[in-house]
Design a protein around this ligand. Structure first.
Ligand SMILES: [Cu+2]
Length: 548
């Protein structure tokens, strides 16, 4: 088991699906030879139904099925697949609802049946209860009235059945009255016990629901001056984990594309500074990283981690950064920490005051359909017709086309094993998501599930995992070994088994990357796109207006 986990930890192309305020899970890929896009909206209350929307076209498609698979139940303990129904008037759009019965990591397995064979894809979904539904007061009072009526009737019936059913004669009258009252008192007592039992059962379930309801971790971010420069430390508060202490144990995090944590810092309000860092683990709850020379201000902090179950989440915080060393505004400055770390400056987002950043290297964010010139000479175009408005809750494939200095398709190199990374945020900070060209689901999760179901069709219990400290040490060793490899070797490992048509130099569209995404609400969004070219990280950003 231990060996299996280590192999898993190294080989998985690990990327965190993680978000705030953007619960829809998107996928873009192939089922066999058929390209498809999937949008899954998980329920807010578990058990509940997830809505599944599938977009795929082709005369060869006969039917599409979807079924939920729980992370440790295995394929044998899984219900039957449901057929997805074509949406009338929308060719190529199929829809269905899937029940998710338990909290935790699920995969929705989509199976396409087609005349030429079809295929399967697995899309991980994190199912957690995030709200408590309140009962409508009028319904509550109605139910209470009905219950009182039922109890009253029950007592009367029992009282009558032990007395009136007996043939009456005058001398028995007193005896019968006594019997009737005994019946009423005894039945009332029994019903009171039954009602009390029912209430305890209900309270127990409600309490259980509350305990298991998902609450994001809290963390404390601090900036410390050290001899080697400013250090950021991020300490996760696990003390509130009285329940789910196993499944949310922070020791059970696994690397996501070779990194235990992906951290994003965005200057609050203006959103004009963006940093992508990879803190390293200092102890079980503390992660640290050298702080790049960012301009002073209040920053939003988003830290993405993935646990061994495949459950990935974002831990949010804020931090005040004071004036420090001079800011290097180069679009990809040399970084004090990890080689994959980067930060850059842009203009402020539209709704805020005049741009705060100026200088030759401050990027003015692009818009749909406009070619954006980047500081290294590359040009990036968001291939979206500016005349067509982006709508909330509609699934888009956001396509970005990278060209070299001569306007030819640029060769995109893997950046942490992927052709591109995107972060999308709403200007009020209420939406944050880290996306990849395949979608918003966790690839770590997908690979973990695939391995599990292929190698262990039966049930795996959490108790089969090693002790948390041993697990943590083994992961740290794996990461140390991984970091000692040459960058090209690292990318080969990270990309094992992945298909990246964008990286094929013979492919005519090799410089286009696309991110499937559905904006969750109307408003102003900023999209940061990160790619790699000529051995350097290429940073860029775009603004999007989304309407209802
Ligand atoms: Cu990262």
């Amino acid at each position: 088991m231990r060996k299996y986990l280590l192999v898993l930890a190294v080989l998985c192309p690990l990327i965190g699906f993680a978000h705030i305020g953007s619960p829809g899970v998107t996928f873009e890929g192939n089922a066999g030879a058929h390209p498809l896009m999937v949008l899954i909206n998980p329920p807010q209350v578990i058990p509940g139904t997830a809505s599944v929307d599938i977009y795929m076209e082709g005369a060869k498609i006969q039917s599409i099925y979807a079924k939920p698979v729980y992370w440790y139940a295995g394929t044998q303990g899984t219900p039957q697949a449901d057929e997805m129904i074509p949406v009338p008037g929308e060719p190529g759009h199929y829809r269905g609802n899937i029940w998710l019965m338990d909290n935790g990591t699920w995969a929705i397995e989509v199976e396409v049946k087609a005349t030429d064979g079809g295929g399967k894809v697995m899309v991980p979904v994190m199912a957690v209860s995030t709200v408590t539904r309140k009962m409508d007061p009028s319904l509550g009072w109605t139910l209470l009235g009905l219950a009182a009526l039922l109890v009253g009737l029950m007592i009367t019936i029992i009282g009558a059945s032990v007395s009136d059913s007996v043939a009456i004669s005058a001398r028995d009258a007193i005896e019968l009255k006594r019997k009737r009252w005994t019946g009423i008192v005894v039945s009332a007592a029994l019903l009171a016990v039954a009602l009390y039992g029912g209430k305890s059962w209900w309270d127990n379930w409600a309490g259980r629901y509350q305990r298991y309801m998902y609450r994001p971790f809290k963390a404390t971010t601090a900036i410390n001056e050290t001899a080697g420069g400013r250090q950021l430390s991020f300490t996760i508060d696990t003390t509130r984990l009285n329940y789910l202490a196993f499944t949310r144990n922070i020791n059970y995090v696994i690397p996501d594309h070779g990194k235990l944590m992906h951290m994003f810092l965005v200057r609050s309000g203006s959103m004009d500074v963006f940093a992508h860092l990879h803190p390293t683990r200092k102890d079980s709850v503390t992660f640290t990283t050298p702080l790049p020379p960012l301009p002073a201000g209040q920053y939003l902090v988003f830290a993405d981690v993935t646990r061994v179950s495949g459950f990935s989440e974002t831990i949010p915080d804020t931090v005040e950064i004071a004036d420090g060393p001079a800011v290097n505004a180069a679009l990809t400055p040399d970084m004090p920490g990890d080689a994959d770390d980067t930060y850059f400056l842009t203009n402020a987002i539209a709704r805020t005051a005049s741009p705060l950043n100026t200088g030759p290297n401050v990027l003015v964010c692009g818009k749909p359909g406009v070619r954006l010139l980047l500081s290294d000479g590359s040009m990036l175009t968001w291939e979206h017709d500016p005349a067509s408005k982006l709508e909330a809750n509609a699934l888009y494939s956001l396509k970005f086309n990278l060209q070299d200095e001569a306007g030819k398709p640029a060769v995109i190199e893997p950046y942490m094993g992927m052709p591109g990374h995107a972060v999308i945020m709403k200007d009020d900070g209420s939406v944050y998501i880290h996306l990849h060209p395949v979608g918003s689901y966790s690839m770590a999760s997908q690979q973990a599930m695939k391995d599990r179901f292929e190698k262990h069709a039966g049930r795996i219990e959490p108790k089969d995992l090693p002790r948390s400290a041993a697990f943590r040490d083994s992961i740290d060793q794996v990461i140390a070994k991984f970091n000692a490899l040459a960058p090209a070797q690292r990318d080969t490992i990270l990309m094992a088994g992945m298909q990246h048509p964008t990286l094929d130099p013979n492919h005519p569209e090799h410089s286009v990357i696309s991110f499937p995404y559905a904006f969750p609400s109307a408003g102003h969004y900023r999209i940061w796109i990160q790619m790699k070219r000529n051995g350097k990280i290429v940073n860029s950003a775009f603004d999007a207006e989304v309407v209802e």
